[in-house]
Design a protein around this ligand. Structure first.
Ligand SMILES: C[S@@+](CC[C@H](N)C(=O)[O-])C[C@H]1O[C@@H](n2cnc3c(N)ncnc32)[C@H](O)[C@@H]1O
Length: 226
């Protein structure tokens, strides 16, 4: 090994020790440094965003909850905690997360050991085949942390269109974003959209729920800002 390679190896060692010491925040920051346009944010969402976003979900009817772009899993445990567990013959709720970044998918597989949890490396554009791959026909809710304003041209509309096909009647597509793009895209593909705003997030963010079926949805007309 030459001097350059030794220095390179030392830098790598130092970087992975720093990642371990920083925990999920370090893994998230590394993901951002490597893929800034795909990750779109330097820190994960706040617990206020999580609570406000999940508030309208009808958990008892939820068989499959999908999340796009989970990052280091800020929403994963809160979703798993709320999903109904299997009772007797009745199948409980499951969670599927899809992310294009192998760093995040590897991290989630290592840190979440729950038989109801599926972490898949792939693009949200392929949600329909991924949902079928894990044995479901439809999703009840799809949560997205995708940075729609910085995704490559055309990817956002393709994802939201595929999402509108995979969500069952009465289910919803849920987004939180610093800009209004996600809400506008949702309005193009879903018959009804409700919105909210969270101040206590860095930066503050716009929440939107695109409901698949107006008649069966049980949501408030608007969720108060928190
Ligand atoms: C802002 S981060 C989300 C962070 C996390 N959900 C949170 O609330 O803290 C955006 C995530 O979207 C992922 N991503 C970007 N494009 C994607 C795509 N086409 N399909 C699935 N995931 C994607 C990135 O790898 C990254 O993990």
């Amino acid at each position: 090994m030459n001097g350059h390679e030794v220095a390179q190896q030392r830098r790598e060692g130092l970087r992975s020790r720093m990642m371990r010491a920083l925990g999920p925040a370090g893994v998230f920051f590394k993901g951002f440094v490597e893929e800034p346009r795909m990750v779109g944010s330097v820190i994960p969402s706040s617990r206020f965003t999580i609570d406000a976003m999940l508030e309208p979900v009808d958990w008892q009817r939820c068989k499959l909850f999908v999340e796009y772009g989970p990052g280091v899993g800020t929403f994963c445990q809160p979703v798993l905690d709320r999903l109904p567990r299997a009772r007797g013959e009745e199948r409980g709720g499951e969670m599927l997360v899809i992310d294009t970044n192998p760093l995040f998918i590897d991290y989630l597989k290592r840190t979440i050991s729950d038989s109801r949890f599926h972490a898949v490396l792939g693009s949200a554009e392929n949600v329909e085949e991924i949902v079928r791959m894990i044995g479901h026909d439809k999703a009840d809710y799809v949560l997205s942390g995708l940075p729609f304003s910085t995704l490559p041209e055309g990817v956002g509309p393709r994802i939201v269109e595929a999402t509108s096909r995979i969500i069952r009647a009465g289910g919803a597509f849920m987004t939180y974003q610093f800009k209004a793009e996600a809400r506008e895209l949702t309005a193009r593909f879903f018959p009804r959209v409700t919105t909210g705003f969270v101040w206590r997030n860095i930066p503050p963010c716009v929440l939107a729920w695109g409901w698949q079926d107006e008649t069966t949805a049980t949501t408030p007309a608007a969720v108060p800002a928190v």
